[in-house]
Design a protein around this ligand. Structure first.
Ligand SMILES: Nc1ncnc2c1ncn2[C@@H]1O[C@H](COP(=O)(O)OP(=O)(O)OP(=O)(O)O)[C@@H](O)[C@H]1O
Length: 395
């Protein structure tokens, strides 16, 4: 049975582990400019629209979802390549969302990024030695005469020949180039690595080797990962916790088991239905395939209420009127759906309505008393909404 279904209204979770990153209500709205001479702002692309999550020390949070849902933008805000429109990025307890210039410099050492395509993220005119050594020189990490030695150590660390420091990126294979990208990210001994589709440009046979390398580094240096990927099988293998994004929002987040074995959001269920299921295949069966109709709507003008409702087979009146809150329904499980439930077990009535003070159609209900939403915020609360008993928990 899942953590979700066995949770009682007043279950108490054990003390949480140390948090490295805590992101709160993070937003990135890119301005859309008109075509006139003045180029006025005529709208905004709501690429990320209020996401909250935590990454524990030495752990990995996977960020999954279809193309364009805001995964990369979230990663780029965390590494502060982008300045967020709104929200907090608490890294080891300090909010770096508004940092700029000099203040950001020390953070750049601690949070590094690994990019999808190693051939475009490495300068073809520089030798591997100068690519990996550059951060050491910029940040004055080691004396000049020690840079080469450190570069060679890093090459060895990622499984490359340390004597190849004088070669150029094109002299390496795709997998080796990604190892160079990883060595560069490791140069400054970061605490958090944001890996944006780190293996999707590689041959399947090479993917496992690079994933193993990332795991070895994690074990050896206690690194935490924000791991962005569209491949749910890889995320399942790599990440103890997973967040599912749709059109700029997190629709479901939880530990591996809650997401992969007890998904409660129809979007997560549809994504999972496309992943080959080895267990099912071994007993001669096939996982039921759920097809999502239509395209992802534009983030410039997302649907009212629940962003997913235009493609959702469960959608009812309330879904177009009220946005579902990210409701904690298990010890480590939150879902943003008015009708959360395991596949084919979704409730008839919106469980969120009483909490939000609305009736089942989403209209204000004068008799209801809206309540605080369990789990609202980046982490997990000690109490959660018990779906089995349809009641709110209390400490
Ligand atoms: N600099 C930008 N200016 C305007 N819109 C942007 C910008 N960067 C991203 N977007 C838009 O924001 C939305 C989210 O993009 P993002 O790249 O974060 O999604 P993603 O989930 O990482 O997708 P993919 O897997 O294709 O990279 C998309 O609609 C994209 O077109």
């Amino acid at each position: 049975m899942s953590d979700t279904t066995t949770a009682t209204a007043a279950s108490v979770a054990p003390a949480s582990t140390e948090t490295v990153l805590s992101v709160e209500n993070l937003k990135m709205h890119f301005p859309v400019k008109g075509s006139g001479v003045i180029r006025r702002t005529v709208g905004h692309v709501k690429a990320v629209d209020g996401v909250s999550f935590e990454v524990a020390k030495g752990s990995a949070l996977g960020l999954v979802g279809e193309s364009g849902c805001g995964k990369s933008t979230t990663g780029r805000m965390v590494t502060r390549l982008y300045k967020p429109t709104e929200g907090k990025i608490n890294f080891e307890g300090t909010d770096i969302a508004d940092y700029s210039g000099r203040k950001l410099q020390p953070m750049r050492r601690e949070i590094q990024m690994i990019f999808q395509d190693p051939s475009t993220s490495l300068n073809p005119r520089h030798t591997v030695g100068s690519i990996i050594g550059a951060p050491l020189r910029i940040h004055n990490m080691v004396p000049k005469d020690k840079v080469l030695g450190r570069v060679q150590e890093l090459l060895e660390l990622v499984g490359l020949n340390p004597e190849h420091y004088n070669r150029y990126p094109h002299e390496f294979s795709g997998g080796q180039r990604q190892r160079i990208g990883i060595a560069r990210a490791m140069t400054l001994q970061p605490k958090l690595l944001v890996a944006d589709e780190p293996v999707s440009a590689l041959d399947v046979s090479i993917q496992a080797q690079v994933i193993n390398l990332l795991q070895d580094l994690q074990r050896e240096f206690d690194i935490s990962y924000l791991f962005i990927a569209h491949d749910l099988a890889i995320v399942r293998h790599f990440c103890p916790e997973v967040a599912v994004m749709y059109l700029g929002k997190i629709v479901e987040i939880g530990d591996r088991r809650s997401i992969y074995e007890h998904a409660h959001h129809p979007y997560t269920q549809a994504l999972l239905s496309a992943v080959p299921d080895v267990k099912q295949a071994s007993i001669g069966g096939r996982r039921e395939r759920i097809r999502l109709e239509g395209d992802v709507p534009s983030p410039i003008n997302p649907p009212s209420g629940c962003h997913f409702r235009t493609r959702c087979s469960l959608a009812k009146d309330i879904c177009s009127v009220v946005e579902p809150p990210l409701l904690q329904i298990g010890k480590k499980h939150k879902v943003a759906c008015h009708f959360p439930g395991e596949l084919h077990q979704h409730p008839e009535k919106p469980v969120t309505a009483p909490l939000l003070g609305v009736d089942e159609f989403g209209a204000p209900d004068p008799g209801a008393s809206p309540a605080e939403i369990p789990g609202d915020g980046p982490g997990y609360a000690n109490t959660w909404y018990d779906l089995a008993n349809n009641s709110r928990g209390s400490v």
